[in-house]
Design a protein. Structure first.
Length: 563
């Protein structure tokens, strides 16, 4: 059998001297705002992407100018928790070193800056470093930002789950000193093979994502991750986890060998064994994952291609521990609890809805200023959620009024939020995302207005429906796990997916391809009418569309998603 050629990125990693490449030299080059092709791949491991303003692309081409390059930086904030002092620094950096003048909360509990000129990159990373923040491994073929349920209400269990998420994140960080040398001007030490004891020179075949969920909340959408840990408690104490693995959303339109998938249940493990199992799952993926075709290189394909049983046996062999049968657990709501909620420690927590996670000052809605003003007086912490929202956590009863006053003054609170809007997310898409085929974030609020109106028309406004939109099938807002998923195909055109469960335990399936707003709304109008008239008590919209046969339930994604 002839040897297949590895994907280009594999050679880049091998030749990069542990992710250094020629980034340092590229940074000093003044003649272009971009990096070389190879370094553009390597900078991802350092947390940023080269982009250009797609709204201006054609105009600049006509003027024979190079695209207006700038950079997007994604921070690494395990569990999404940061202090008010850190937020003030994050905010200041956005105003002084980026041209977008905004902060973007992401679907994985962290924040991004857009519009960073190359000349500001180093200053920006040094600013983050002073705030005890970084962007190492926020992107690239490594373990990314580890998500964790941010619910501060049941604080003891959350604290224990968060400690596990933080330990996972720390343990699986790349060891290379490339980031420290290039961005923080630290000295180069002697590199040896032991530089990357877990990853090795070629790191992972592809990105790798982990989440820790605390049931019944499933805000982290645990089954969409490569590796998920579902917390199991006894008398309010964390005792272990159900381990799930092999989830992922990305696919390519028209290529049936690519598909989204939800993670499989593997069984129960004790808290003390979490790191062992995480390392085993990750290293099996490191050794067995597809390094030839990057479209088939995520863990989900490794499990499908090698088989569930073989994968499980290898993980058990590497840990020396057998999975116990999975524990019974209820998987519940993926939404956030908006407004004030009292925790068990007599502290209060305020969840703010941030539409598509975009924190920016606009006329009448000074969201960025509002959060800055809150950070100046807040004594608790900030928690970013995987629904792109922000929790002002741990507020003493006597401080509630002042915080709420600021939130109202700046438009962070006060608008009536429909049940569906509160459960809906959209990815960034245009103008910054290089892969976008259609709008998402910029169009989504108006689209949800239409959904709200249709739900009101049919008397079903109280029913939350999980609606998600992305500008392409990479799935950054997890659209294939939405009851109504809209995935960009071309400007103004989307594929409509239906039939996922409300809780995120079943994928959806394509119902209509390549349709425009009018057709989407007409389709939903008809289905909402039937839902209002024919639903069973308590039946969610996704389950209804499967029961009445609008789409078939996806049980085995490899066969059913396209079949
Ligand atoms: Fe994503 C690529 C934005 C969560 C699957 N994602 C991108 C890039 C970097 C485009 C690029 O490669 O040039 C997007 C940058 C847009 C911009 O201008 O900011 C981008 N992804 C995002 C964010 C910011 C969306 C958001 O609206 O919040 C999310 C950042 C998360 C974070 O903080 O780490 C984001 N991306 C996700 C998720 C959701 C999740 O992880 O829970 C997914 C689906 C889950 C998964 O990984 O399978 C996701 N992004 C992808 C993929 C497809 C991967 C695949 O397996 O095929 C790509 C493209 C790629 O990797 O080739 C991608
Ligand atoms: Fe870009 Fe596609 Fe991700 Fe949206 S889903 S941010 S369009 S890569």
């Amino acid at each position: 059998m002839s040897e297949q050629k590895l994907a280009v990125n594999e050679y880049l990693k091998i030749d990069s001297d542990y992710l250094r490449g020629t980034i340092k030299e590229g940074l000093d080059t003044q003649v272009t705002g971009s990096f070389s092709d190879g370094d553009q791949q390597l900078i991802k491991f350092h947390g940023f992407y080269q982009q250009d303003d797609r709204d201006l692309r054609n105009e600049r081409k006509e003027q024979k100018l190079e695209p207006l390059y700038s950079f997007m930086l994604r921070a690494r904030v395990p569990g999404g928790i940061c202090s008010p002092a850190q937020w003030l620094d994050v905010d200041k950096i956005s105003s002084t070193l980026t041209t977008s003048n905004s902060i973007r909360l992401t679907t994985r509990q962290t924040f991004q800056y857009h519009g960073i000129p190359k000349r500001n990159l180093k200053t920006l990373i040094q600013g983050l470093d002073r705030a005890a923040l970084d962007s190492i491994a926020a992107c690239g073929d490594v373990n990314r930002n580890v998500m964790c349920n941010p619910n501060p209400v049941e604080s003891k269990l959350h604290q224990q789950a968060y400690a596990v998420a933080k330990e996972l994140s720390d343990h699986l960080l790349p060891h290379t000193r490339a980031y420290a040398e290039i961005w923080l001007d630290e000295e180069k030490l002697l590199d040896t093979e032991t530089n990357e004891p877990v990853y090795g020179k070629t790191y992972l075949p592809r990105k790798f994502k982990m989440a820790v969920s605390v049931p019944p909340d499933n805000d982290v959408d645990v089954y969409t991750n490569d590796l998920g840990f579902i917390a199991i408690e006894e008398n309010g104490e964390l005792i272990g986890f159900n381990l799930v693995a092999g989830g992922g959303m990305g696919s390519t339109h028209g290529e049936v060998e690519t598909f989204p998938r939800l993670a499989d249940d593997f069984g129960y493990i004790k808290t003390a064994d979490v790191i062992k199992f995480a390392e085993a799952v990750m290293t099996v993926q490191r050794d067995w994952g597809n390094r030839v075709n990057r479209k088939r290189s995520r863990l989900k394909y490794t499990i499908v291609d090698h088989g569930y049983d073989a994968f499980k046996a290898e993980v058990e062999k590497r840990t020396g521990i057998k999975f116990e049968p999975k524990r019974d657990v209820v998987i519940g709501d993926r939404g956030d609890r908006y407004g004030w909620v009292e925790g068990i420690d007599n502290k209060w927590h305020l969840t703010l809805f941030i539409e598509s996670g975009r924190i920016k000052d606009t006329p009448g809605k000074t969201l960025q200023t509002g959060l800055r003003e809150i950070a100046k007086i807040h004594k608790g912490d900030f928690r970013m959620t995987s629904n792109q929202n922000m929790i002002i956590a741990s507020v003493a009863a006597e401080d509630k009024a002042e915080i709420e006053g600021l939130a109202r003054k700046h438009g962070l609170l006060g608008e009536v939020l429909s049940a569906t809007r509160g459960h809906s997310i959209a990815c960034v898409a245009l103008p910054t995302c290089a892969l976008a085929m259609a709008e998402a974030e910029r169009y989504f609020p108006a689209f949800i207005d239409h959904i709200d109106a249709l739900q009101q028309k049919h008397g079903i406004a109280d029913q939350a429906i999980v609606v998600r939109m992305t500008g392409c099938p990479n799935g950054c807002a997890r659209p294939f796990a939405a009851e109504i998923g809209l995935v960009g195909k071309a400007p103004g055109r989307y594929n409509l997916y239906l039939g996922a469960s409300f809780e995120g335990t079943r994928l959806n399936k394509m119902h209509k391809e390549n349709i425009q707003e009018a057709e989407i709304l007409a389709e939903l109008d008809g289905l909402f009418g039937r839902y209002a008239a024919e639903r069973d008590a308590g039946e969610t919209f996704g389950n209804f569309t499967v029961r009445i046969g609008v789409v078939k339930a996806v049980v085995d994604a490899a066969k059913d998603f396209h079949g």
